[in-house]
Design a protein around this ligand. Sequence first.
Ligand SMILES: *Cc1c(COP(=O)(O)O)cnc(C)c1O
Length: 351
Amino acid sequence: MSRYFSSQVSQLTPYTPGEQPKDQQYVKLNANESPYPPSPGVAAALNAREAAGLRLYGDAAARELKEALARQYKVEPENVFVANGSDEALNFAFLSYATDGRGVAFADFTYSFYPVFCDLYHIPAQIVPLREDFTLVPEDYYGLNKTIVITNPNAPTGLAISRDQVEGIVKANPDSVVIIDEAYVDFGGESSVALTKQYPNLLVVQTYSKSRSMAGARLGYAIGDAALIRDLETIKFSTNPFNVNSLTMKAGIAALAEQAYYDENCKKIMETREYTARELEKLGFTVLPSKTNFLFAKKEGVDGKALCQGLKERGVLIRHFDKDRIRDYNRITIGTPEQMDIFLEKLRELL
Ligand SMILES: *Cc1c(COP(=O)(O)O)cnc(C)c1O
């Protein structure tokens, strides 16, 4: 770091994304990306006319995209916030709701960006341990009187809680905001979007990065009470009014018009997930029941880190987290059936 770096932020440990190595062609099962391309309408939307339009600023109000998302999720445009990836929506939500001194509560094993935001904004974090089997105890979050953030379905475990369980948590914390990060909800989870109509303290965050095959486009959104959305807009207009670029907005609208394509992809991924889980079990792995586009698995007597490294040497990338209690596990993104067969073949070789 330079000697000019402010002491307010110089101690930050930044988030580490899944690696994107370019030294060879890998079977890439380490970043929960989709193995399928965006729908045809997305490519068509990114045309020469749109490219020429780049000379102008986009619509800071993101009116068309918000209307399209509102139709999709049966809410009003005033209930939708759009962001440069859901990481940005989460960033703004932490800044908006967790910087009043009361702090934020989240699980010991969940999205590893949350502690980074806590660091960034000097927010006290209350870590709520998952059970031994990695399930979440909703009652642990009752009456905490601070911001709560829950990834549902969770990462890296893949486990989900029900909408009723979310509702219990939201009801039991009327004086604080509950953020539900639904990055993986389209792979079998139960969305809490409908609850946002009833509860002014519930914010649901989703993304185009996983189920809509658009991680590179950077598009996420939050759905909630209009007052919550206005808060996020205040932060956006105080940092980067044109946070979502015009091409991405067009792509996002086009994707919503082809929902059946994405539903079909999610169905394929869920089928491939169940196939892969059964094959892993045949090899002696313990596999957590997943509602996401990845599996979290371990095998007794096999070192998790060594397994991840061994697969990398054989051209397959998966994700290992070097943390107590989950060190034996690896997170394996679900690719195409062909990719999973290569993964399984390399894995058998290695074992
Ligand atoms: C991938 C992921 C995100 C971030 O998604 P972007 O929209 O690409 O920023 C947010 N939360 C969780 C839990 C994720 O896994």
